[in-house]
Write a protein that binds this ligand. Structure first.
Ligand code: SF4
Ligand code: SF4
Length: 182
């Protein structure tokens, strides 16, 4: 495509006034945010907690991005249908799936192996957004530790056990929160 191509629409750079050239609006905007936080902390608003003596309060666990889980369906089977959308969407390339023919008639494939490298993950939530069947979700568990890299490679069994441990206090993402699970 050449610069004189009629399909190109050229946009003029907006003309800045003196205030814009001196970055005044942005300066005021930044200071407003700073003073807002300062007023909150002076008014007794909590900014930090003495972790681990004190546990931080998670406002809404359904929108927190912590350790992953693999959800189960009503029959206790892994919900994942091994479509690889989460692995494709993952910017950190930390999801490794091996698909196999499903033993159940209601789907073609299931994950024979499903591993997430929790150390490599940047907890962006793209996998959760990409999943068409709400099978992979991020929970509000934040204090994961391990003594080796291998321990932090969460395999299918471990991810399913996170589901078992969190399902009662964290239901699958609800439509009210932007999810599609019921
Ligand atoms: S949260 Fe982001 S980085 Fe982590 S596994 Fe999901 S897509 Fe990848
Ligand atoms: S977790 Fe969801 S997106 Fe990832 S492979 Fe399974 S069904 Fe597909």
């Amino acid at each position: 495509m050449k610069p004189d191509d009629p399909n190109i629409t050229w946009i003029e750079e907006p003309k800045l006034g003196l205030a814009g050239m001196l970055y005044l609006p942005l300066f005021v905007q930044g200071l407003t945010t700073t003073f807002k936080h300062m007023a909150k902390s002076l008014g007794g608003g909590v900014v930090t907690v003495s972790y681990p003596d004190e546990e931080p309060k998670i406002g809404n666990p359904l929108i927190y991005r912590g350790v992953h889980r693999l959800n189960k369906d009503e029959q206790g089977r892994v919900k994942c249908v091994a479509c690889f959308l989460c692995a494709t969407a993952c910017p950190a390339h930390c999801i490794d799936i091996i698909a196999a023919e499903s033993p159940w008639p209601d789907r073609e494939k299931y994950p024979q192996s499903f591993v997430i490298d929790e150390l490599r993950c940047i907890y962006c939530g793209m996998c959760e957004e990409a999943c068409p069947v709400d099978a992979v979700e991020l929970t509000s568990l934040y204090n994961l530790t391990g003594r080796s890299r291998e321990e932090m490679m969460f395999d299918k069994e471990k991810l399913l056990s996170v589901y078992d441990a969190t399902k009662d206090k964290e239901p699958m993402k609800s439509p009210a929160l932007g999810g599609t699970a019921t």
